[in-house]
Design a binder for this molecule. Structure first.
Ligand code: HEC
Length: 171
């Protein structure tokens, strides 16, 4: 038992020193334009999702009635402020969004796996150490819920909403 404890403690100390040395000696690559290894993409994606699932209060729900008006209002906000990184409906992927590490997900193309409530929470609080900043001080709660309504349906918008937004985009 004693040997096991000594072995375990030594292993933990060597591992900790190894990680600290790796970081202190500058081996961690900090370039934002380096290719992202698949395991990092998967690992960060699942960790961020797990954290969002755990942190969003279970009883939180949108106070807005489901309506085209809310989707159009959210779409207008999205086209003003989020589009530069997350891409516009019917447009090529955002080059600017690709300059972040991790890159900004192209919501207009692929939608999101997050629920409406989770999108609201991410928009409000941001995601630490990424290009996704907290928007809680820039938007009222009502606007954040409108954005969430729009983003969570961005790939399946009713034609009436798409038309109203195309008009706004001048197309
Ligand atoms: C400066 C670039 C930038 C802008 C502008 C930006 N975002 Fe983001 N956003 C990001 C990045 C980068 C991520 C990815 C974070 C990650 O991988 O954990 C992200 C992730 C998200 C996600 C999670 C989506 C998913 O499926 O993974 C949501 C929701 C989101 N942003 C909402 C918004 C909203 C709403 C706005 C506008 C008010 C906005 N973002 C503006 C860079 C940006």
């Amino acid at each position: 038992m004693k040997r096991f404890v000594i072995g375990f403690v030594s292993g933990a100390v060597v591992l900790t020193l190894g990680v600290l040395g790796y970081l202190r000696l500058g081996f961690a690559d900090v370039r934002a334009d380096a290719p992202t290894p698949t395991w990092i993409t998967r690992w960060t994606f699942s960790s961020v999702h797990a954290s969002v699932r755990r942190t969003v209060p279970r009883d939180l729900k949108s106070p807005l009635p489901a309506s085209d008006e809310a989707l159009i209002a959210g779409g207008k906000l999205y086209l003003n402020d989020c589009v530069g990184c997350h891409g516009a409906p019917g447009q090529p992927a955002s080059d600017f969004g690709a300059t972040f590490y991790p890159p900004a997900p192209q919501l207009a193309r692929g939608g999101t796996l997050y629920s409406e409530v989770q999108v609201y929470w991410i928009a409000k609080h941001g995601i630490r150490r990424t290009g996704m900043s907290a928007q809680g001080s820039s938007y009222s709660d009502e606007h954040l819920w409108q954005l969430a309504a729009f983003i969570s349906r961005i790939t399946s918008l009713p034609p009436s909403v798409r038309d109203a937004l195309a008009e706004k985009a001048g197309k």
